[in-house]
Design a binder for this molecule. Structure first.
Ligand SMILES: [Zn+2]
Length: 381
């Protein structure tokens, strides 16, 4: 049994108290008096539904890459994640999904819990690739079935205007997969109708990195972003790294879609490695001053973000710690149908992040197991 005391970030707000846990949270004691000094915060573990890599590892590398990224992001407070694939030859995408299945089954000692893959590409628009290689495919029923047979997909990104996307959205929804709209040229009406159809089939819907690789918001042209923000049942991924999304655009989503914004990293393998050359989906990437771009200059190439940094960036916009915590834990858990985690509550998994008064990671617990402290100290936070 582990007992931690501090300021608990609970669904109802901040409360000084104690958290007792083994593999699950067993007891929460609220103190009637204000918390002790120095302050430290206890938060539910962070959940990243969109992360390609970190510390040199990438989902497309297979098992070893997934282990590496799961351990790296755990040191930054991520206790649950979805290794995310990229548009590549179909056989390689399926191989990566199989690797995620293998890692899901055995777990990653010292790493985040892997609850499935995010299939990002190849079912996206060739006209909104962002940093995805130009190898997009139509989501035919055969390919959707092949992907689902791997048993690992928990989230998918689709461009609703692609031939076959409407049926694919329904097929994924019925398989329990969160259906995200992204890398799309669809207009607002097309996106709205697609979301409604998926939801009518019992599916959970999301925006894949809201604002990036989709149409923006203007008065007469609300675009995909407008349709996604205003759909009351759609969760919204946002990359808050100071590069992908303007602070005011983030606040627009946070205000209009309270409780539905989810912070993600979209991190690529160079996250944690500093500036230099790297790789994404077989393409050369240059990382400079914390910004990753394709070497040909075509696009931003994912991020080098970690969720502890995203938390501090969100706090810097003026949002409260409980609101930001919801974006990192409860919202992504709900979007993925993960009912056993996402908040500090008795009976849920003991996924816990301890932050200092300056919101730096001090300790991380995944299912009650503490992540190696040397690894935490060695991480570039
Ligand atoms: Zn993307």
């Amino acid at each position: 049994m582990t007992v931690l005391s501090g300021v608990l970030v609970l669904p109802g707000g901040l409360q000084a108290g104690e958290l007792h846990f083994g593999r699950t949270i067993e007891q929460i004691n609220i103190q009637p008096q204000p918390g002790s000094v120095p302050v430290r915060y206890l938060l539910p573990g962070f959940i990243d539904s969109h992360v390609h890599g970190g510390n040199g590892g990438d989902t497309m590398d297979g098992v070893a890459g997934i282990d590496t990224l799961a351990r790296f992001h755990a040191r930054h407070g991520t206790t649950t994640l979805l290794p995310t694939t990229i548009t590549n030859p179909w056989g390689q995408v399926l191989a990566a999904l199989e690797a995620v299945r293998e890692v899901m089954t055995r777990g990653v000692p010292g790493g985040a819990d892997i609850v499935g893959a995010h299939l990002e590409g190849p079912f996206i628009s060739p006209n909104k690739l962002g940093a995805q290689p130009p190898l997009t495919l139509a989501p035919t029923p055969e390919r959707v079935a092949q992907a689902l047979e791997t048993g690992s997909i928990r989230a998918v990104t689709l461009a609703p205007e692609m031939a076959g996307a409407a049926q694919a959205g329904l097929d994924f929804a019925r398989a329990g997969v969160r259906v995200g709209v992204g890398h799309t040229t669809a207009d607002a009406e097309t996106v709205r109708d697609f979301l409604k159809a998926v939801q009518a089939a019992g599916g959970r819907t999301a925006a894949t990195h809201l604002y990036n690789a989709m149409g923006g918001i203007e008065g007469r042209v609300p675009g995909a972003a407008g349709a996604l923000i205003t759909d009351a049942q759609t969760w919204l991924e946002v990359i808050l790294d100071g590069v992908h999304v303007h602070e005011i655009s983030f606040l627009l989503a946070a205000t209009a879609a309270a409780g539905r914004v989810m912070l993600i990293t979209d991190a690529m393998r160079a996250a944690g490695l500093g500036d230099g050359e790297s790789e994404l989906g077989g393409q050369k990437v240059i990382v400079k001053d914390g910004k990753a771009v394709l070497a040909d200059g075509r696009s931003i190439a994912g991020s080098v973000l970690t969720l502890d940094v995203a938390l501090r960036n969100a706090l810097a916009t003026g949002l409260s710690l409980p609101d930001v915590s919801r974006m990192l834990s409860a919202a992504p858990a709900n979007s993925l149908g993960l009912m056993d985690r996402g908040r500090l509550d008795v009976g849920l998994r003991a996924d816990v992040v301890v932050l200092s008064e300056q919101f730096e990671v001090e300790a991380v617990y995944v299912g009650g197991q503490q992540i190696n402290r040397e690894q935490v100290a060695g991480a570039s936070l």
